[in-house]
Design a protein around this ligand. Sequence first.
Ligand code: PLP
Length: 400
Amino acid sequence: MRYDFDEVIDRRHAPYSYSIKWTTSPQIAKMLGVDKIGDHCIPAYLADMDFRGAQPIIDAMHAVAEHGIYGYSAHWCAEEYHAAIINWFKRRRNWVIRPEEIVYVNGTVEALKQVILAFTEPGDGIIIQRPVYGPFTGVTHATGRRLINNQMIEGEGGYYTMDLTDLEEKARDPRAKLLLLCSPQNPVGRIWTDQELLEVSRICRENGVLIAADEIHGDLIRRGAEFHPLAAVADPSNLIICTAVNKTFNLAGLHCTNLVIPDPALRERFLASFGSVGPSPFTIAAVIAAYNEGEEWLEQLLDYLDGNIDWALAFLAQRMPQVKCRRPDATYIMWLDFRAYGLSPEEIHDRIYNRAGVLLEGGHFFDPDRGGGFERICVPSPRSILKEAFERIAAQFPER
Ligand SMILES: Cc1ncc(COP(=O)(O)O)c(C=O)c1O
């Protein structure tokens, strides 16, 4: 089946949409730092795609709806659930997962929070690597843990690397208990090399630091790039890996994260803290359909996303050459560097959000100290929407 990713679907006013991304609610306006979100505003701040999903997933959820009874449900009541996950990662990543290693949690941020609560105590250190997805900071603070920042090194052309010397120093602190690793990285788009992953794994193992690897962007990789799950590369004994259909298949509203916890003792401790809740029947059906029958949709999506990213980079090169952005290895996220304009973050914000009516996510969400002058844009939208957003932004930054 051929999918039409150019189709513009109304998510702002459509019944049954309930979209956070497209809402005009004052709550989101406040979060984004704008007075009001009008109908003219184009939201590109959330990692949430504006494409209709894979038909087999839609069909599976229809079938559940038709069944008409939505009682308590659990993934362990559906053998195919585990098989679908296991086969997906074996087929696409050569990563072998055993059924008992899979633990369902209702969302990735929730999972990271539960991992922190299960394996660390108030005051313990959680290592994160900024700039990084804002809730890594949020869950650390919300759980009363101490944030340890292993700042990434910004290299030539926006190529970020980990500061492994600094990581080793910070991991040596006996109070450092957990590393939240973002792989592939949001917002800078890096796929870590095997070498980097092996070093991170060694450093953490030698210093008794657990790794929670958030790999939920791992299916959204550029053509020609390769993504290796940490557990397929390194010793899995101190790893908890987050996998999800949320980003891959645009099912974030189902809040479905499947942790993989290979070590039986870690798994037992996690389950003893939180038990295993069950996903809704819609979620169970969607996961099975996505991993068993969603590949055709995903392959077409990956081509479309590459096209969007290449279009955006060409636009920037031609129309806004002062904005720097490295082509991400993975994700549909672009980390835009406006610093060459020499404007304050407030001025950049005002031009993009208020005057252009394009809603992005400011760099300070990812790095409160050094994020000024950066804006993150998510580009999984029909190209016509993307073009309109970039044209409007460019109009606010005329070349002298
Ligand atoms: C790296 C990363 N982790 C977690 C999340 C949120 O995932 P969930 O909706 O499953 O909590 C996002 C969403 O953008 C993300 O980019």
